[in-house]
Write a protein that binds this ligand. Structure first.
Ligand code: ZN
Length: 137
């Protein structure tokens, strides 16, 4: 990475590094996620599988947990990386987890090993979604 790497390259590199540390001994499908807050802070995480399969969780969940632990509460953009030919888009549960900390501008980048493959607004991946505003009439 060059000293003047663009912000998306940095986000992608952080997601790729988290992917390398994912704990995926059962599926062997490592996923990494890195998110940026509006203030520019980066948080990342990988999927963490468990011998008791349902107890594992997704990379996006790890990154969001790291963000929340640091006291941040907004996602400006998130990059998710997985191997294979298909787009490694966030699962339904993670779309909702991202939604909790998203606004109308929140961006989801989907990457493969070579780089970002597609970019979406969260609102396109989770249309007509339920969010915190529904609980504040
Ligand atoms: Zn997920």
């Amino acid at each position: 990475m060059s000293r003047n790497a663009d912000p998306l390259e940095i986000l992608f590199a952080a997601a790729k590094a988290a992917q390398a540390n994912a704990h995926a001994p059962y599926s062997n499908f490592r996923v990494g996620a890195a998110l940026r807050t509006p203030e520019g802070a980066l948080f990342c995480g990988g999927n963490v599988e468990n011998a008791a399969y349902p107890e594992g969780w997704c990379a996006e969940t790890s990154a969001i947990a790291a963000m929340a632990a640091a006291g941040a509460r907004k996602i400006a953009e998130i990059c998710v990386i997985g191997d294979g030919e298909a787009l490694c888009t966030p699962c339904g549960g993670c779309r909702q987890r991202i939604r909790e900390f998203a606004d109308d501008r929140t961006i989801v980048h989907v990457a493969g090993p070579e780089g970002v493959r597609a970019t979406f607004r969260l609102s396109a991946l989770l249309p007509e979604s339920f969010g915190p505003g529904h609980l504040r009439p």
